[in-house]
Structure formats: C-alpha cells, structure tokens
Design a binder for this molecule. Structure first.
Ligand SMILES: [Zn+2]
Length: 241
C-alpha cells in the first residue's frame, strides 16, 4: 500500500540511471545495482517525508498541505513536475499561505496536470504570521494581506534559480506578475516593476534573505531594501521601543 505513492519519483530516477549503464560489466553491474538500491531507498524516505498521507481504495487521498483530494493511481493520477534550474513556469496561485509562500498549480498549454506545489518566494522573508510556535511578528499581517491582494487567484510566472527546492520540499521561485522576456530577466527596472519578490522588498513587506546557492538577484535586492529602509517603508517604519 505504502509503496504505491512512491512510484512516480522512483520511476524517473531509475530511468535516468539505466541510461547511463547500458553495457555494464558484471562487477560494475553489481556495484551499480547496489548504488541504485541505496538511491531508491533514499528516494522513498525523502518522498515519504515530503508528501505524507495514505492512499484510500480509489488510489487517492487528501493532501495535508493543500487540503485537496487527488489521485496517485488510475487515470486521474497526478505527478510531481521535475523542476529545472533557471526556468520560467506559468502557474496559477491557488492560495496565498502568508507573505512569502503560496500554493500554486502549473499551467501548461497541453493541459497536463501535476501535483500542486507549495512555493517559497526566493530572496525575501516576510514577518511570521502562521508559524505554529512563533508569535505573529510586526507587519506580518500587512505583508500577508498584501500578498493575498496581489496574488490570490492570479496567473504568475515562476522563475527557478539554481536550487529548485528547499529541505521542506517547497519549490523556490522568483514570482513574475507578467511573463518576463529573456532581456527582462536581467533588467533591473523590469525586475522592480514586475517581479513580486522585489515589490515585497520595495514596499517594506519583507526583508532580504539570500540563501545560497540562490543569489541571482542578491545585489539588486540589496539596493531595493536599502531604499525601502531609508524611506521607512512598511516594517522599517516601526519606532524603536
Ligand atoms: Zn498526494
């Protein structure tokens, strides 16, 4: 029962490994199969922690994170998208979780469907509002409401950097409000105007938080934050107590 929900991730992994070992010698084959089993076990452990929940008799379950029912088996089964680096994906924001996190679904022209992803916006950190143990922080509610007002139900373009997921299995992305052209990806004025991560910083709804290796816009973000701070925007406007 439990093994069924690991299928899609494991299948991709083994296909890739097989391609690299088409004509192995016997000892190499033994070694390869050992490594392969180790990786499969690791993949299962990772998948189990990333996507908890048992499948019912129809091969589906309610996702604990999104609250939505979906299938892992049968004709309506959804898969995880294998995310690529430095790539832009069109998506719909299904629900804003807080100032810097949202649940999205991918929009593809061919109508293919994938599991909804939890997306953490790169390079920024908004004050806490929904953390189970931490108190609500100053300006957290404002940041959360701002993100909801700007993104809820909207079509966005999600740009990955070098590290596409974090250790909580969240997709990591820069969120564009319009489809960026190739030139706009490195154009500071386009970034300031159309990239939501930059908009959060400039409004003082978030602080800069660069987590390596995702630092493509770190320098631009530093400038934007400095301006917001000087102008006492948002969270920078709080008087010292
Ligand atoms: Zn699921």
């Amino acid at each position: 029962m439990l093994a069924t929900k690991f299928m899609c991730g494991v299948r991709h992994l083994s296909t890739k490994l097989m391609l690299g070992t088409r004509h192995p010698s016997a000892p190499l084959m033994r070694k390869t199969s050992l490594i392969l089993s180790a990786i499969l076990v690791l993949a299962m452990v990772l998948t189990a922690s990333a996507h908890p929940g048992k499948l019912d008799k129809n091969g589906g379950h309610t996702d604990k994170e999104t609250g939505e029912y979906h299938y892992h088996k049968g004709p309506n089964a959804l898969e995880s998208l294998e995310l690529r680096r430095n790539t832009v994906y069109k998506a719909k924001v299904e629900r804003v979780v807080d100032g810097d996190t949202a649940i999205i679904s991918f929009l593809f022209d061919d109508g293919s469907k994938y599991l909804k992803e939890r997306v953490r916006f790169l390079g920024v950190d908004t004050p806490e509002t929904v953390h189970p143990t931490k108190p609500v922080q100053y300006y957290g509610k404002e940041a959360s409401n701002f993100t909801k007002s700007q993104l809820d139900g909207k079509t966005v373009w999600l740009q990955t950097d070098v590290g596409v997921k974090d250790r909580y299995d969240r997709m990591l992305a820069y969120v564009w409000l319009k489809e960026p052209t190739k030139d706009e990806l490195d154009d500071e004025s386009a970034i300031r105007k159309h990239m939501f991560n930059a908009i959060l910083l400039s409004g003082g709804y978030a602080q800069l938080m660069t987590v390596q290796p995702n630092s493509r816009y770190a320098n631009i973000f530093v400038h934007i934050q400095r301006e917001a701070r000087e102008q006492k925007k948002g969270l920078w406007g709080k008087d010292p107590e």
